[in-house]
Design a protein around this ligand. Structure first.
Ligand SMILES: *[C@@H]1O[C@H](CO)[C@@H](O)[C@H](O)[C@H]1NC(C)=O
Ligand SMILES: *[C@@H]1O[C@H](CO)[C@@H](O)[C@H](O)[C@H]1NC(C)=O
Ligand SMILES: *[C@@H]1O[C@H](CO)[C@@H](O)[C@H](O)[C@H]1NC(C)=O
Ligand SMILES: *[C@@H]1O[C@H](CO)[C@@H](O)[C@H](O)[C@H]1NC(C)=O
Ligand SMILES: *[C@@H]1O[C@H](CO)[C@@H](O)[C@H](O)[C@H]1NC(C)=O
Ligand SMILES: *[C@@H]1O[C@H](CO)[C@@H](O)[C@H](O)[C@H]1NC(C)=O
Ligand SMILES: [Cu+2]
Length: 383
C-alpha cells in the first residue's frame, strides 16, 4: 500500500509540468522529497494533533505551470488585498493604508530578528502562509501560493511568465533611468539592469508602495530613505530594475548545491550567501533579480507583490532539503536570535520553543510548530 502510493505520487510529481515546460533536477528532487514526506508521516514525532497528510495537503505550484486563468485569479486576489483596508494598529504603523501594507509593516518591524537568524526559514515560511491565508479567507482566492522557480528563467528573467509585463504576469521592469548597479551585499556590486524607474506594464503598473524605504539600494536620483521606523506614510510608485547579473546566482547549480549540505547551519548560511567570498546565494539572488524599490530594500521588500513568489520558492528549497532526509532535517533549528553585526555580544541562540510574533497577520507560534509543512498550522506540499 505504502509502496504503490509512493510510486503514484512520484509519477504525479513528474507529470503535470512536463508538457508545459522542462522539468529540471530540482523538480525531480522535489518529487523524491514528497515520497519521503509521505513515508515519514508514519514515524514522525506527533507534536500536534494535525489531521493533515501529504496526500490530503494543498499543492503549491510553479507560476509558469499555472493556466492564464489561474494566474489571473491570483493577481485579482492580490489586488483585493491592496484594495482592502489595513487592520493594524495605526499607532504601530501609521503609514499602513491597506491590508497588503500590514504584511510589509510586520516585516519591517521584525527585520533584525528574522534575517541571518535561526528563525529565518520558519519565520518567512509562516509569513508567506499567512499571506496565502489572507488571499483565500479575505479575498476569495481558491488557489494556493504559487512560487517562482528561478532556475527556469535565470538566463532571461524579463522574458519569463513572471516578468514579461503581460496581464498574466506579476508586471515587468521599471522604465529606464541610467544608474549604477546596486550593492547587493557587503562587497558585492552588481551590474545595473535596464530599469530603475516606475513599473509601466502589467497588473501592478499603478501600484503604490506606502511604507519604507529604509535601506535603499537602487541608485537613482530622488529616492530617499524614510527616517524613523519606516512605518510612516510615504506613497510612491513601484520601481524595478530586473537584474540578470543577480539572476545568475539562482541558476540550477546554485540550488542543487544546497541539498547535500547535511546540517541546517550549513544549508541556511549557503542559501543566504557567502558574501566574504563574493557569493550572493539564491535568497539575495532572487531579491536582486527584482531589484528596485521596495524590492531591493532589506526591510520593506514585501512591498513588491512578487516577494511572495520568491519566498515561496525559498520555502520550496527548504521543504525539498528537509524531506530529502526528513528524520534528520525536519525538527532542527540553529542560529542566533538577532542579526549579527549590530554590536550585541553573544546573543541568545534560537530554540524550537521560541515564539514567533506576527501581530495581526497570524497567531503566535513556536518554531517547532513551523517546521513541518503538514502539521501545526500548515497543510501543504510542493510540486
Ligand atoms: C491532542 O489531543 C489530546 C487528546 O484530545 C489532548 O490531550 C492534547 O492536549 C492535544 N495536544 C495538542 C498539542 O493540542
Ligand atoms: C516593533 O514593534 C514593537 C511594538 O510596537 C516595538 O516595541 C519594537 O520596538 C519594534 N521593533 C523595532 C525594531 O522597531
Ligand atoms: C491609478 O491610481 C490612481 C490613484 O489611486 C487612480 O486615480 C487612477 O485611476 C489609477 N489608474 C489606473 C489606470 O488604474
Ligand atoms: C532623513 O534625515 C536626513 C538627515 O536629517 C535628511 O537629510 C533627509 O532629508 C531625511 N529624509 C527624509 C525622506 O525626510
Ligand atoms: C548529493 O547526494 C546524492 C545522494 O547521496 C549523490 O547522488 C550526489 O552525487 C550528491 N551531489 C553532490 C553535488 O555532491
Ligand atoms: C550560540 O551558538 C554558538 C555556536 O554554536 C555558540 O558559540 C554560542 O556560544 C551560543 N550562544 C549562546 C548565548 O549560547
Ligand atoms: Cu525577509
Amino acid at each position: 500500500m505504502r509502496f504503490s502510493l509512493s510510486a503514484a505520487v512520484a509519477a504525479l510529481a513528474a507529470v503535470p509540468q512536463a508538457s508545459a515546460f522542462n522539468v529540471d533536477q530540482w523538480d525531480i528532487l522535489a518529487g523524491k522529497a514528497l515520497v519521503n514526506q509521505i513515508e515519514y508521516q508514519y514515524t514522525k514525532p506527533r507534536y500536534f494533533n494535525s489531521t493533515c497528510t501529504p496526500q490530503n495537503a494543498a499543492i503549491r505550484r510553479e507560476w509558469g505551470s499555472l493556466s492564464k486563468r489561474e494566474r489571473r485569479e491570483y493577481i485579482d486576489a492580490v489586488q483585493c488585498l491592496i484594495d482592502s483596508p489595513s487592520k493594524i494598529d495605526p499607532s504601530f504603523a501609521p503609514g499602513a493604508r491597506t491590508r497588503f501594507d500590514d504584511f510589509v509593516a510586520v516585516h519591517i518591524n521584525q527585520t533584525i530578528f528574522i534575517h541571518t537568524t535561526g528563525n529565518f526559514l520558519t519565520w518567512h515560511r509562516y509569513f508567506t502562509w499567512a499571506y496565502e491565508q489572507a488571499l483565500r479567507n479575505e479575498c476569495g482566492y481558491k488557489g494556493y501560493q504559487p512560487y517562482w522557480s528561478w532556475p527556469k528563467y535565470a538566463d532571461d528573467p524579463l522574458n519569463s511568465p513572471i516578468f514579461d509585463g503581460s496581464e498574466y504576469s506579476m508586471s515587468g521592469d521599471g522604465s529606464y533611468i541610467p544608474h549604477e548597479g546596486p550593492t547587493a551585499a557587503p562587497g558585492i556590486v552588481l551590474e545595473p539592469g535596464h530599469g530603475g524607474g516606475c513599473v509601466t506594464s502589467g497588473p501592478f503598473k499603478n501600484f503604490t508602495a506606502n511604507l519604507g524605504p529604509l535601506a535603499v539600494t537602487l541608485l537613482v536620483p530622488g529616492l530617499d530613505v524614510q527616517n524613523g521606523t519606516g512605518l510612516d506614510y510615504n506613497p510612491r510608485c513601484l520601481r524595478r530594475d530586473i537584474n540578470v547579473d543577480a539572476a545568475s546566482y539562482t541558476k540550477i547549480d546554485n540550488v542543487l548545491d544546497l541539498f547535500n549540505r547535511s546540517t541546517i547551519a550549513d544549508f541556511q548560511s549557503r542559501l543566504q550567501g557567502d558574501f566574504a567570498n563574493g557569493y550572493l546565494g539564491v535568497h539575495s539572488g532572487g531579491h536582486y533579480t527584482i531589484s528596485g524599490d521596495p524590492a531591493g530594500d532589506f526591510f520593506a521588500s514585501p512591498g513588491d507583490p512578487v516577494f511572495y513568489l520568491h519566498h515561496s520558492a525559498i520555502d520550496r528549497v527548504f521543504w525539498t532539503w528537509q524531506n530529502l532526509a526528513p528524520r534528520e532535517r525536519t525538527f532542527v533549528v540553529e542560529g542566533p536570535t538577532i542579526l549579527p553585526g549590530l554590536g550585541i555580544e553573544n546573543p541568545a541562540n534560537a530554540t524550537l520553543d521560541d515564539v514567533q510574533y506576527f501581530d495581526v497577520l497570524a497567531e503566535d507560534r513556536t518554531i517547532r510548530e513551523l517546521l513541518d509543512t503538514t502539521s501545526g498550522p500548515f497543510c501543504y506540499i510542493y510540486l
